[in-house]
Design a protein around this ligand. Structure first.
Ligand code: NAD
Length: 276
């Protein structure tokens, strides 16, 4: 494969770079995912709330790749937290995807105001024990949520998928993940393509390496050890975003990108986000 894997804490291999499909309508997801699979992506990141598990599943089926070469992630939506509701929601996601198992199942948000993520995760442990998710993990969990979860359940999450890009480098979370053996997966790795790709320091590094700003930012994630899931529906960008293995950022480049941290979120704060 084009993308080397990282080894999760349960021994499962996960491609370090995958394809995200947030905000891709179901009827376009099939085409976008097909383009990504053709370009060499083998990991796809969807979620029940994205409303495109069916389109994603259709593209996966149509590609005709051996199932074991693919890595499919989906996420449990907030409204479905709780032990029994989680088991039902997981059945629905699997049916929409047209799969017998997923590679990774994530709790989408901790929802601390509802206080149900521990019970929810116990259902995840059952799903994992039943062989229907090769790995289980969380998303948008703050260090305090990880401490509580790991003290009250048996399986350390394989992954915490969090907002992470050069303007929000998440030092405290990355340290907590390293301490617990949890892989850091970066959502909005390109900062949603907004101002980040126009930052002069990023443009200068791109020019120096004969690469694009998006490739520089993705390469930065890869060298840090993050899993990344850039999203695009544009075929040329889909190809560009996976082509980050033929060059290396030097210490000076890495230092210049580190200096861009502003601890600035584009998305909601997990401590207070409670939309169901
Ligand atoms: P992203 O950082 O991947 O940015 C995507 C946008 O950047 C595109 O829509 C496009 O406008 C631009 N872009 C992409 N490639 C480009 C290129 N080569 N050159 C120039 N511009 C380019 O943002 P995202 O979609 O928010 O995040 C990626 C994935 O992360 C999502 O699709 C989803 O799978 C996941 N995600 C998860 C959560 C969560 O709560 N767990 C939240 C948001 C996103």
């Amino acid at each position: 494969s084009k993308v080397p894997p990282i080894i999760l804490n349960n021994g499962v291999e996960m491609p370090q770079l995958g394809f995200g499909v947030w905000q891709v309508p179901d009827d376009e997801a099939e085409k976008a995912v097909a383009t990504a699979l053709e370009a060499g992506y083998r990991s796809i990141d969807t979620a029940a709330i994205y409303g495109n598990e069916e389109g994603t599943g259709k593209a996966v089926a149509a590609a005709g790749l051996p199932r074991e070469e693919l890595f499919v992630t989906t996420k449990l939506w907030n409204a479905d937290q709780g032990y029994d509701a989680t088991l039902r929601a997981f059945d629905t996601s699997l049916a929409k995807l047209g799969l017998d198992y997923v590679d990774l199942y994530l709790i989408h948000w901790p929802l601390p105001s509802k206080d149900t993520y521990v019970d929810t995760y116990k259902a995840f442990e059952k799903i994992h024990a039943d062989g229907r998710a090769r790995a289980i993990g969380v998303s948008n969990f703050l260090p305090e949520h990880l401490d509580r979860l790991t003290s009250e359940t048996n399986i350390i999450p394989a992954v915490n998928q969090i907002e992470l890009h050069p303007h929000l480098q998440q030092h405290a979370s990355r340290e907590k993940h390293a301490e617990l053996g949890i892989a850091t997966e970066a959502w909005s790795p390109l900062g949603q393509g907004k101002g980040l790709l126009e930052v002069p320091a990023i443009i200068a590094i791109a020019q120096k390496h004969g690469r694009t700003p998006a490739q520089v930012v993705l390469r930065w994630h890869v060298q840090l050890g993050n899993v990344v899931i850039p999203k695009s529906v544009t075929p040329s960008r889909i190809k560009e975003n996976i082509d980050v293995y033929g060059f290396e950022l030097d210490p000076e480049d890495l230092g210049a990108i580190s200096a861009l941290n502003e601890d600035r979120r584009l998305g909601p704060d997990p401590a207070t986000f409670d939309v169901v």
